[in-house]
Write a new protein. Sequence first.
Length: 137
Amino acid sequence: MTVSRLLLYACAPLSAVVLGACASTVSTSAFKGGEQTVAQTVANLQTDATASEPKKICADDLAASVVSRLGGSAHCEAAIKTQLAEIDSMEVSVKSIHIAADQTSATAEVKSIHEGKGKLQKLSLVKEAGKWKISGL
């Protein structure tokens, strides 16, 4: 597997959400309780992407497994910085959230619009040290 392919695979969890970094803030008001906390994780990622904060994205928003696949914090930050530089302006919204019965994983159905085309994707999250983190797409 080439380095660029590895980066693409490892950054895949960000695709739907980070690509919305230039759009308006993700709304969390439609969700309550644990679901609101998951939606807030998506909103936090968008905020950090909008502010071009790869260090915060890698430390606060992504699961340890994603950071590890990227080769650690420094490589994660470099990969995210590169990806942020290539983002088109898009809108992102969280359509639905499902939290697993054991409260350790969740999925968020995220809709992104790019060049006039809508796409629904499922974003995977895991709970690490009591916080939701993005783990896959």
